[in-house]
Design a protein around this ligand. Structure first.
Ligand code: ADP
Length: 821
């Protein structure tokens, strides 16, 4: 029982009891036995939904009670705020909780006052790089979903970060939470931790395969689920779960069961939900229908994109879809409604299986293969992944048991699926650290932040990683490390003298900005290229070439005319004048304060409007889009022709020589980057969100993702330009345009808190162009431009420092006018 854990702070056990946690689950008890509340390191490898979070909470609360500080590392940003909210219930017992989601390149000093901090591994890595002092005082660190060290993109960061935290804090307690994996013992060995391994689940799980007209379960039982004439097994299974189970319904309880359907792509998720809404609809009560209609309109309010509309129309009938292209507000609305049993069925991509707590009566793994670009075809999912999806089946306290079902088209596949997933053990996790892109980043950061001063120290540090624990071939790591060191030296990020390693000034900046060194090299090359070819390009842009596309781009509209004499004197503000303060205003976690410091940005914008702008926004968008830190849009069929054409039309804007069409791979990447850049340009040209989603075949969440990444990379480019004495203003302007999603003339207005891209445009059209205009404007004009929203108008006037922001008189006069009319 929780009461029997003496290390737990006052009140915690009673609180847990109040939540229905009467006794610890067996794996939790085993973790306590292993010393998790006494500061011992523990690796808990247990199935999904068996209470890993509580193990972490017990560790963190008891560590903080002993005067320490705890850090909880999550694998996804979306999970950070969810976990923070979960832990906030401990604030009434005196535990302060903070979440670090701010920009990279800050030390998050305010977090020093928190007892429990939640952050992603990338954020923690960046805090270490930026020398956050409080990191040295940690006593307990939790790594959630530690099996993701196996992920080739994000795994190495978690691996290296845990290594650094342990180096900084000898004796640090590490609590690693993992799904069941094939080699939890190796993970425990790496972390010098006790191993708690268990198959225990709080609720029975039946696993089976549906084929023909029945599910065969692993316990040998069968359940009839006829597919009927429609021939769609998923629909039949969802319908069957909603009908409930007559065998288990002895107590007359509401036995209606929800379903989670896992599919392999976003498009499939949407298509599946559209079909399944006709299955869920007849099971709804009138009351549910009413509540779902409300929910649907909330969903429509989130964004005006098509996805929003489709989702709303599904939700109105009790079905939903869930994938990474959704806005986060959409995701949480759907998850909450599913937990409240209002939404009966979610069709999801596997991102839902990772982390978010959405248990369901039945889990249907419809697609067990997924397209894999590297593999070049459809590839079966890992056992571990399928087990995590299946583990979402069964809601303790609500369902008699959970059911996880795979689908087979023939008897042969049925047998294969039993072998492959139901009887199989999950794979072992394998470190991906020895890959060059991962090491490039981490070697630079390890040297820059002082964890290694020589090649020998570097190898010693790397020797403490999971990679080293696992491999027999330590020569390989050494070999890749040497390649990476040579790369970093060649690009001017590191200097080597004999055995000693030092980061250069630019190297330090790159590490702190959290850039892949290859991204930084690409950006620097592009900006230097622009500087060297400025004259020629500016001439090309103001000539006939640019005219053909002038209508669609304000940047080429304001076509840079070649300045007489030295261009640097003709409005190209030099870096040295601006380097001080460049980028600093946005470097803090307290985003709120950022937009109050707009004044100097206004000035530089105004100045720049008169002079020529080169590089153009498109050129800069393209530059950051071709770095490895931007996830590019794919070229779909027909895109190659379209973007080849655009590429030649706007070649003078692109920074660097366009690869020849015969360099197939490079040319293709160049075009993908151009497609991504065009999306950003549309956004910065105030094109409506739903037009953009349609034009590029993406979801609103994708637009936000691209915009955020571009903002970060352009901010980094601005810093690098400053440091290397290259032209800063065009970069800053491109960053602001993408940040606010507006054309140049709206930058001032859109920077005001409470004014988005649409409101800025309406104010501008009403003749209000600057903050000063807003301060002196006729209130009724402001109110009309803001569509009569009085509170909004007052807030905005207050934000620009208007003496008397009240709209009371205006509103009265206005309504009097309307009455008279
Ligand atoms: P995991 O992280 O292992 O997937 P969670 O930590 O999300 O699982 O736990 C799943 C659910 O089980 C949560 O709703 C949690 O409140 C509940 N739970 C955890 N421990 C206990 C317990 N000892 N008794 C009852 N419920 C528990």
């Amino acid at each position: 029982q929780p009461e029997e854990v003496p290390e737990l702070p006052e009140g915690v056990a009673a609180h847990l009891r109040g939540e229905g946690i009467e006794e610890l689950y067996p794996p939790q008890a085993a973790a306590v036995e292993a010393g998790v509340t006494r500061g011992e390191s523990v690796v808990a490898s247990v199935p999904t939904a068996s209470g890993k979070t509580l193990v972490a909470e017990l560790a963190m609360l008891s560590s903080v009670a002993r005067g320490g500080t705890a850090l909880y590392i999550v694998p996804l940003r979306a999970l950070a705020s969810e976990k923070k909210t979960e832990f906030e219930r401990w604030e009434e017992y005196g535990f302060d909780v903070g979440v670090s989601t701010g920009n990279y390149e800050s030390d998050g000093e305010w977090l020093a006052s928190r007892d429990i901090v939640v952050a992603t591994s990338e954020k923690v890595d960046s805090l270490v790089r930026n020398g956050a002092a409080w990191i040295d005082d940690l006593t307990c660190v939790v790594a959630d979903e530690v099996h993701l060290v196996d992920d080739s993109h994000r795994g190495p960061t978690l691996e290296v970060t845990l290594g650094k935290l342990r180096t900084l804090n000898p004796g640090l307690q590490v609590v690693a939470l993992s799904a069941t994996v094939g080699n939890a013992d190796v993970v425990a060995e790496w972390l010098d931790a006790e191993l708690v391994e268990s198959d225990w689940r709080p609720i029975d799980l039946r696993m089976g395969v549906h084929y023909g007209n029945a599910i065969s379960f692993d316990d040998g039982s069968q359940r009839e689920v006829p597919v009927g004439s429609g021939g769609r097994p998923t629909a039949a299974l969802v319908d069957d779960a909603l009908d409930g189970d007559p065998d288990e319904d002895a107590d007359g309880a509401d036995d209606q069961g929800s379903s989670l359907v896992f599919v392999n792509s976003r498009r499939n998720a949407e298509a599946s939900a559209k079909r399944l809404r006709d299955v869920t609809d007849p099971h709804l009560t009138d009351d549910e229908r009413g509540r779902l209609a409300e929910l649907a309109s909330e969903i429509r309010d989130v964004s005006d994109a098509d996805t929003s509309d489709t989702l709303a129309s599904c939700v109105a009938k009790g079905a939903a879809f869930h994938h990474a292209g959704l806005a986060s507000e959409h995701r949480s609305l759907v998850e909450d409604a599913f937990r409240d049993r209002l939404v009966k069925c979610i069709s999801a991509t596997p991102t839902l299986a990772a982390g978010v707590n959405t248990p369901s009566r039945r889990v249907i793994v419809r697609d067990w293969r997924r397209y894999d670009g590297e593999f070049g075809g459809m590839k079966p999912l890992d056992v571990l992944e399928v087990h995590q999806m299946m583990g979402r089946a069964g809601r303790p306290g609500l369902d008699p048991y959970g059911e996880a079902v795979l689908l087979a088209k023939n008897a042969e596949t049925r047998d294969e699926l039993f072998e492959r997933y139901i009887w199989a053990d999950p794979e072992p996790v394998r470190s991906k650290l020895a890959a060059e892109p991962a090491l490039r980043t981490h070697v630079l950061a390890t040297v820059a932040s002082g964890f290694a001063h020589t090649r020998a120290e570097l190898l010693e540090f790397l020797d403490q990683t999971l990679y080293a624990t696992q491999t027999d071939d330590s020569g390989r790591l050494e070999h890749v490390t040497d390649d990476v060191l040579a790369y970093l030296e060649r690009n001017g990020f590191l200097e080597r003298e004999d055995d000693s390693l030092t980061a250069t000034s630019v190297g330090h900046t790159v590490s702190r900005l959290y850039l892949d060194p290859m991204t930084a090299a690409e950006i620097i090359d592009g900006l230097e290229w622009a500087e060297a070819n400025r004259g020629e390009m500016v001439r090309a842009l103001s000539g006939e070439d640019a005219a053909s596309d002038a209508a669609s781009t304000p940047s080429s509209d304001a076509a840079p005319t070649p300045a007489s004499g030295d261009p640097t004197e003709a409005g190209f503000q030099r870096a040295s004048e601006l380097a001080s303060g460049a980028g600093d205003e946005n470097g803090t976690d307290a985003d709120e304060t950022a937009d109050e410091d707009e004044t100097d940005a206004d000035e530089t914008t105004d100045e720049n409007l008169d002079g020529p702008t080169y590089p153009t926004a498109l050129g800069l968008f393209h530059l950051v889009s071709r770095t490895p830190d931007m996830y590019q849009l794919y070229l779909k069929s027909g895109d190659r022709e379209t973007y080849t054409e655009i590429c030649y039309e706007r070649e003078a804007e692109l920074l660097g020589r366009t690869p020849s069409e015969y360099e197939d791979v490079r040319f293709e990447e160049w075009l993908s980057a151009l497609k991504t850049a065009r999306l950003l340009e549309d956004w910065a040209d105030e094109v409506d969100e739903d037009r953009i989603t349609e034009r590029y075949g993406v979801g609103p969440g994708d637009i936000r993702g691209k915009v955020e990444t571009a903002e970060w990379l352009l901010g980094a480019a601005e810093r690098l330009a400053g440091e290397l004495d290259l032209s800063v203003v065009p970069v800053r302007e491109a960053k602001k345009r993408v940040e606010y999603g507006v054309r140049e003339e709206l930058l001032t207005l859109a920077g005001i808190r409470g004014v988005g891209r649409k409101r800025a445009r309406r104010l501008y059209e009403a003749g209000i162009e600057t903050r000063a205009d807003l301060r002196g404007a006729d209130k009724s004009v402001v109110l009309r431009a803001l569509r009569g929203r009085r509170k909004t108008a007052e807030g905005i006037l207050e934000n620009v420092g208007r003496q008397d922001p009240s709209m009371e008189d205006v509103a009265k006069a206005d309504s009097a006018n309307t009455e008279r009319a």
